[in-house]
Design a binder for this molecule. Structure first.
Ligand SMILES: [Zn+2]
Length: 295
């Protein structure tokens, strides 16, 4: 028997154990003692679901769904993966494949389905930009800026800097919601990648959770923009600021003032635009602030 054939037969035996064990009941088997727990029945568009795995010999793993890889990160009891769903993902059931690795090099595959449900996004009435900001509706500026932000989001820090729940960056009324369909000056429809919190110009803006500043500079659309890397592929960002108080590389704690609110960039008046990115997808900050992580 050729070595590679022997290897694939060995993997097949493990697959059968995993499917019998997890595909039906999610309880541990005597052989592997691995438990996979999907902590959700469905995930809304623009939201996050957690998959937890525990086992004595687990070394890590990855989930693949929506043609995207979601790594598993170490917790005190095992590993967890944050499955973020793009707000444009069609409502459907999607196959997910989880591959787990054990310390002895063995590999366990598990397959299941993820149900994506509606994010309940609304259409908003037209926003009117002043003449001196109309050039910011150029789709090339939008495309380049989106790509730049998503490239920052794509650098994953395996260490988790935060604990507990994310907090709101200021105490403002919730205005334009996440994922809404909106137009500016009667032009083409766009989607809202964050939420807007009302704030008079000059209101202190607080870090939503502990993390490292990875971006702090002006952008055409987001204006003066701060991005915090919280680890585990989770980022929060704060836009249209009048003043920046932080620099890239700096560590911040939840509640630290990172700048003052304003109306820089493509903004029709003073407010805070707050975004959260998880594993390369924008998600609803209001919903993410309720996500409790496994220990
Ligand atoms: Zn906004």
């Amino acid at each position: 028997m050729k070595p590679n054939l022997r290897k694939s037969l060995f993997a097949l035996v493990l697959v059968i154990v995993a499917l019998t064990t997890f595909g039906l009941s999610y309880t541990a088997s005597a052989q592997s003692q691995i438990v996979i727990e999907k902590q959700f029945d469905w995930i809304e568009q623009g939201s996050v679901g957690i998959i937890k795995v525990t086992g004595p010999k687990l070394a890590g793993g990855v989930a693949v769904v929506f043609d995207r890889q979601y790594p598993f990160f170490a917790t005190s009891q095992g590993f967890a993966s944050l499955i973020s769903v793009d707000f444009r993902q069609k409502i459907n059931d999607y196959p997910i494949k989880v591959t787990l690795y054990e310390t002895d090099g063995s590999k366990i595959d598990w397959e299941d389905t993820i149900k994506v449900t509606s994010g309940g996004f609304i259409a908003e009435s037209d926003f009117v930009l002043p003449n001196n900001k109309v050039n910011l509706l150029n789709p090339v500026i939008q495309t380049n800026e989106d790509a730049r932000i998503l490239s920052v989001f794509s650098v994953v820090t395996p260490e988790r800097y935060w604990d507990g729940l994310f907090t709101y960056p200021l105490n403002g009324r919730l205005g334009s919601p996440f994922g809404s369909v909106r137009t500016f000056n009667g032009g083409e429809a766009r989607r809202h990648t964050g939420v807007d919190l009302s704030a008079a110009a000059g209101t202190p803006v607080y870090a939503s959770a502990n993390g490292r500043i990875v971006f702090a500079r002006p952008l055409d659309i987001h204006g003066n923009h701060v991005i915090i890397d919280h680890g585990w592929g989770v980022f929060s960002s704060y836009s249209h600021l009048s003043v920046l108080y932080v620099v890239p590389g700096q560590m911040v704690m939840q509640g630290d003032v990172i700048g003052l609110s304003g109306t820089t960039g493509r903004s029709t008046g003073p407010h805070l635009h707050w975004e959260i990115g998880v594993n390369g997808n924008w998600v609803d900050p209001v919903k993410f602030a309720r996500v409790k992580l496994p220990n």
